[in-house]
Design a protein around this ligand. Sequence first.
Ligand code: CA
Length: 236
Amino acid sequence: MTNNKYKILLVEDEGNIRTLVTTILEAEGYQVITAETCLSAVTLYASHLPDLIILDLGLPDKDGIHLLKKVREDSLTPIIILSARTEERDKVEALDMGANDYITKPFGSAELLARVRTALRNGRHSAEVGKFPGGKFKLKDLVIDYDARQVFIGNDEIKLTQTEYNIVAFLSEHCGKMMTYSAIIKAIWGYPDEGGIKKLQVNMANIRRKFGATPGKASYIINELGVGYRMNGERE
Ligand code: CA
């Protein structure tokens, strides 16, 4: 058992899932506070200021989105959506409103713990956005020089178009966080666009080819089909 000090607020109305998630987290040394309704979660959030929130969307009193909105008014506390809903639009809506990640029920304990670790790391990273030493982003062999707008893998400069560079820089600034197609399109092109997703996919395919993404090798950018892209925040 690791004795970490992270406090996690778990919001879930189904008793068996609440017990299961609590057991998994407590076995890893996390401190868990639980809420069964959205309004009690809002109160607990304000009094405990947890390091992470795991949030079910389908709650008896209000949609979990209500808590998400409340928290995002003034805080970057990482939020993982825990939902039985498999519809893409629910996940996408929650991600666009500032959720960091989502897990679809049923899930395994290893997956849950991996998401929790990534979200906690991501939360720390978010607080430091824009404060990269020397204006450089580093992730394994990948280096982005924001001032020079250059990207390197190892010693090799990767020649990107302006649009490709903008996409890579945007994902790196949100490293570890799942960015939806519409969030990326809005950031890069500034407006929602009919052919936006297609355009994004074409650029992304070029980026991945230039990055030399090969199966089995470290991949810097992960695609979640139908949802968006994330720069892989798992540092070795
Ligand atoms: Ca529920």
